[in-house]
Design a protein around this ligand. Structure first.
Ligand code: GLA
Length: 387
């Protein structure tokens, strides 16, 4: 994906004029899954794949002309239309524009053409990459760059909630906006404090294996998990009116046990995963500080097990890839992102890398009739203007 490619389409599909070009990345997450909306910790980093958009004010009051280059699909709509466009990709543009308006940016009509190389449905947050990219562009074109990075990330999250039906946490938009080359970021999703962690694991590398099974986050499965967590918190709060329990982050293992019977087996298991995951992220931070990558890997396998058995967001193909990683002596492996398909993230010793990737391709192909896609992780910068 390069600027000239996007620019040539922008010129061709609109009035021949050029605009500004912006880009925002997708993300990986080393550990800390489904913890963001529970006020816990996450450990993401931005990647070298993302969305690139050319944008320009078009001198209309509120007409947006949008072209999705990869889909060869053109949609025009008005920001004042209360329903907005139907096409799911165009809803991200409509949603973020309205959210930026809420933040005081006087968004007017604009033209936009965009393309991406972050794989869709792979759990690498192509949607957050779109939201952050469009937010960054609108902030630059109409808002004198007055909206803060945090507010842009929150506007992206609000877009998912209000226009796309996914009640997501803040990890993806945060990572896309704040990413920094060579660094993972440990974010405390309750206080929003974060720290950059240079990540150069000597002797190891990170590789993603994409099952190419598509997940569907919109609607029930993801939102159901979140509801379960909130239900457990409600029960704990009712038992402890003296305290303030907003998310599972505020709850202890003992308190979870107290409500075990009343919340039911499914919600209990889900909350159990979240409490364990909170501890695992902190364990990974300690292990990274000590350079103990074997420990990091051990915790990644534990996360996979929890996501598969307790949180139930895995699928046959992802469990299979996790097993192949174990068979190959890979240090750590787990589902990455929301789940229901997508990728595993693997921490693998350099000397095992080639054999592991080949074995995974061969075995996966024999069982499912196609190879997984392989992405080497390059940790990169967040949202920015290219020209
Ligand atoms: C999706 C959501 C995030 C986060 C992850 C799971 O990517 O968008 O907010 O909850 O799933 O960790």
């Amino acid at each position: 994906m390069d600027i000239e490619f996007v620019r040539s389409r922008f010129i061709k599909h609109f009035d021949g004029k050029t605009g500004n070009v912006y880009t925002s990345p997708g993300r990986i997450n080393l550990i800390g899954e489904h913890t963001d909306y529970n006020g816990g910790f996450v450990f993401p980093g931005a990647v070298d794949k993302g969305i690139m958009a050319e944008m320009r004010a078009n001198d209309t009051e509120d007409t947006v002309m949008a072209y999705a280059i990869d889909l060869k699909d053109r949609v025009d709509f008005k920001l004042s239309d209360p329903d907005g466009p139907r096409a799911s990709w165009a809803r991200y543009i409509y949603g973020i524009a309205l959210e930026m308006k809420k933040l005081g940016v006087p968004v007017k009509g604009f033209n936009i053409a965009f393309a991406g190389d972050v794989p869709l449905g792979a759990g690498m947050s192509s949607s957050a990459a779109m939201e952050s990219c469009f937010a960054f562009g609108l902030n630059d074109i109409f808002g004198d760059n007055k909206v803060s990075q945090w507010d842009m990330a929150l506007a992206g999250q609000a877009t998912e909630h209000n226009y796309c039906g996914v009640n997501c946490g803040i990890m993806d938009q945060f990572a896309s906006v704040f990413g920094k080359a060579g660094c993972l970021m440990r974010l405390d999703c309750r206080s929003r404090e974060f720290e950059y962690f240079p990540f150069k694991p000597d002797g190891y590398r990170l590789v993603l294996l994409d099952s190419v099974v598509k997940h569907q986050l919109a609607g029930s499965p993801y939102n159901d998990r979140r509801n379960s967590c909130e239900n457990v918190v409600k029960h704990i709060q009712a038992k402890h009116p003296e305290g303030k329990y907003e998310t599972l982050r505020d709850c202890t293992w003992e308190q979870l046990e107290e409500v075990k019977e009343e919340v039911g087996a499914e919600d209990y298991k889900r909350a159990k995963f979240v409490l364990g995951e909170k501890d695992r992220v902190l364990g990974v931070c300690d292990a990274l500080n000590e350079g103990d990558y074997e420990k990091v890997g051990e915790l990644m396998y534990k996360t996979h097990e929890g996501l598969s058995k307790d949180y139930e967001v895995s699928c046959e193909e992802l469990d299979f890839l996790n097993d192949v990683a174990k068979e190959n002596g890979v240090t750590g492996s787990r589902i990455m992102g929301g789940g229901f398909g997508g990728c595993t993230i693997n921490l693998v010793r350099n000397d095992l890398y080639k054999q592991f990737v080949e074995d995974a391709k061969k075995k996966f192909n024999a069982k499912y009739g196609h190879e997984p896609k392989v992405y080497d992780v390059v940790i990169s910068d967040g949202s920015r203007k290219l020209c």
